[in-house]
Design a protein around this ligand. Structure first.
Ligand SMILES: [Zn+2]
Ligand SMILES: [Zn+2]
Length: 204
């Protein structure tokens, strides 16, 4: 399905490529077999003329291509899709975080890369609900593993709304984020904090 989606996007935007691949977050792809190739994320694409062109900092090629920061972080990326709607306003347009402990609906403010980066540079990669830093538990592999939650309910947002990365967004771990979104409208972060049992004993 994703392969078909990538091919259709390349056709739609008239790209002269032999192969196309797609990933929502632009960070993980099957290996490319033929060139030129277009890698797509949800809002744009980048073209690689040959395998050597992929051998750049920020990209690793093993059995799969891995671009941890997403293709939108690479020179040559072109954004062509701007109309990503908040899923809360589109009953059928459900978007999910990939790879979360539990799949949850998120809105576009939680997926906006610039706002997300600004939020994380203010708060760091520490869950603001349970105060866990995932790299403290799992090590370096989890260093960038965090979600960004948008606090303001979509229903309270007017047309001229501009997200404030510090007051409107907070970093949360995938577990707390799943709990926050376990009802609609979501729980307030403080409500989920209050659910945490500080005296629990964990048996390993
Ligand atoms: Zn947490
Ligand atoms: Zn959220």
């Amino acid at each position: 399905m994703k392969r078909k989606q990538a091919g259709e996007l390349s056709k739609k935007f008239g790209l002269n490529v032999v192969q196309s691949r797609y990933s929502d977050w632009g960070n993980f792809y099957g290996l490319v077999q033929s060139y030129p190739c277009a890698l797509w994320d949800r809002s744009g694409y980048i073209i690689f003329e040959n395998e050597d062109a992929l051998k750049i900092p920020g990209v690793s090629i093993a059995k799969k291509i891995n671009v941890p920061k997403g293709i939108s972080s690479l020179n040559g990326y072109k954004q062509v899709i701007h109309d990503i709607q908040p899923p809360e306003e589109l009953p059928d347009g459900v978007e999910y975080y990939e790879g979360a402990v539990q799949q949850i609906k998120v809105n576009r403010y939680e997926r906006d890369k610039k706002a997300r980066d600004a939020c994380l540079s203010h708060y760091g990669y520490v869950c603001q609900v349970c105060h866990v830093k995932l790299s403290d538990i799992y090590g370096a592999i989890a260093e960038n593993l965090i979600h960004v939650h948008h606090i303001k309910p979509i229903s309270e947002i007017g047309e001229s709304y501009i997200v404030d990365p510090v007051t409107d967004l907070i970093p949360v771990c995938p577990n707390c984020h799943a709990v926050i979104h376990s009802k609609s409208p979501p729980y307030a972060p403080q409500e989920v904090s209050a659910m945490l049992h500080n005296d629990r004993t964990v048996e390993l």
